[in-house]
Design a binder for this molecule. Structure first.
Ligand SMILES: Cc1cc2nc3c(=O)[nH]c(=O)nc-3n(C[C@H](O)[C@H](O)[C@H](O)COP(=O)(O)OP(=O)(O)OC[C@H]3O[C@@H](n4cnc5c(N)ncnc54)[C@H](O)[C@@H]3O)c2cc1C
Length: 404
């Protein structure tokens, strides 16, 4: 017999990689409990989990002691073990982070120290000639090699998780948007599409909509989701030939975004991106997508104006770069000067569910609210896919601690 479940039944809003990982871990750990995932789209993994760089992050960037550091370092091991066990293709191709001037070199030294403090294995400081042994076309004055990192298809991970949840006796109900939550004593009555049922615990893993689902539960949303779209180009074969593995810039520590980079994809080809431009729809993947409610949500939030006042140049530069292929190409050429604008073919996009605080600060760490038999995950950006199984363990442990 396994450990006792803190609750008899669980409802999970959101069939992205984190909601599915939570449900899967619940069905594995507490076989007697009832577990239901409610996903509003016709299939799982449609939003962030199916629109990302597909990188397995090992934990280089994150402040030692933060949840991101802890859950990325354990999460990458968990994710690789999961892929091994279930035959999901992945590759540990390694990554090179490249500094292009003295200021970036100083920041890169700090990143190396962080990576070492976070326990990453095999990190190596590289001089230009050592970088070029690995990536012959890369420019830059110094680099750090991160051999543990790799690539995977997170959409495939989502589909496998859904299959395993069902095989374990759980339910994954697609086309079922959670639209109402009523507290009934210690339980929740959940309305989702044509379904209405009672669950003794509710997980909100609704990604881009998580602050709205928080409100459905009667909570006030202190932080708000601000959608930052990340656009990619697909590299033509001549451009792809310039890249062997993963090539990343040194990120700006003020922002939780890693900067446009080159990513070899697990199913072939190389992508370049993503930028981080304010989106006019939470689930809008192009400039043509506009959702008045989403835009109003951003513009009526004082935290957004405080953010703009702090970083006006970032916001306007990102808009310019999004509208200009030449500008996008220039940022990529800092890493690989031989890249040409003609190598950039239209690619896809993803939208980050980035929580913004009322003081105009972008939340850097994973964050959640645990109240009244409900856990709301309110900030789970990158490396949320890598860390998903470790995030699930952590959240379930918090529920267990609160209950017993
Ligand atoms: C451009 C980009 C690049 C990234 N690159 C990486 C990377 O390389 N490596 C990495 O580890 N991470 C990366 N990330 C981050 C990673 O993709 C996310 O951290 C992760 O996918 C978050 O998973 P999630 O389940 O919280 O969100 P989602 O995948 O967005 O899932 C939330 C789900 O909730 C559903 N939903 C919303 N509202 C409701 C409702 N009311 N009722 C029912 N269902 C609802 C949505 O339809 C959606 O399916 C990237 C993200 C982006 C956007």
């Amino acid at each position: 017999m396994g450990p006792k479940s803190p609750h008899a039944s669980y409802a999970i809003a959101g069939g992205g990689i984190i909601g599915l990982a939570v449900a899967y871990q619940l069905t594995q750990t507490f076989p007697g409990a009832s577990v239901t995932v409610l996903e509003k789209e016709p299939e799982v993994g449609r939003h962030q989990s199916g629109h990302n760089s597909g990188v397995l992050h090992a934990g280089l960037y994150y402040r030692p002691g933060s949840l991101k550091a802890k859950l990325a370092t354990t999460g990458i091991r968990r994710m690789i073990a999961f892929c091994e066990e279930h035959g999901i293709p992945y590759e540990r191709c390694g990554k090179l982070v490249v500094a292009t001037d003295a200021e970036e070199t100083a920041r890169l030294r700090e990143l190396l120290a962080r990576g070492e403090a976070n326990g990453l294995q095999g990190l190596r400081w590289c001089l230009p000639e050592q970088m070029r042994e690995r990536e012959p076309h890369v420019a830059g004055v110094a680099g750090v090699e991160v051999p543990e990192e790799g690539i995977v298809d997170y959409g495939a991970v989502c589909r496998k998780l859904a299959e395993l949840i069902r095989a374990n006796g759980g339910r994954v109900l697609t086309g079922s948007a959670v639209t109402r939550l009523r507290a009934q004593g210690p339980d929740w009555t959940v309305t989702a599409g044509q379904h209405e049922f009672t669950a003794s615990f509710f997980f909100n893993c609704a990604g881009l909509q998580c602050d709205r689902v928080l409100e459905l539960a009667g909570e006030t949303r202190a932080a708000r989701i601000v959608p930052f779209r990340g656009e990619y180009f697909h590299l033509a074969p001549e451009g792809a030939a310039l890249v062997r593995h993963l090539i990343y810039p040194v990120p700006d520590p003020k922002f939780p975004f890693l900067g446009v980079h080159y990513t070899r994809m697990i199913h072939g080809g190389v992508e370049a991106g993503p930028n981080a431009v304010l989106a006019t729809a939470r689930e809008g993947y192009t400039w043509r997508d506009f959702a008045a409610g989403d835009v109003a949500d951003v513009f009526t939030f004082p935290g957004f104006w405080r953010f703009l006042r702090k970083y006006p140049s970032m916001a306007f530069y990102e808009i310019r770069r999004s509208l200009s292929r030449a500008e996008f190409c220039r940022s990529l050429q800092r890493l690989v000067p031989a890249l040409e604008e003609g190598h950039l073919l239209p690619g896809g996009a993803g939208v980050r569910a980035q929580a913004l605080g009322p003081d105009g600060t972008l939340l850097q760490d994973f964050d959640f609210v645990l109240r009244r038999n409900a856990l709301h995950l309110i900030n789970a950006p990158s490396p949320g896919a890598t860390a998903s199984l470790a995030i699930a363990d952590h959240l379930i442990e918090q529920v267990r601690i609160q209950t017993f």
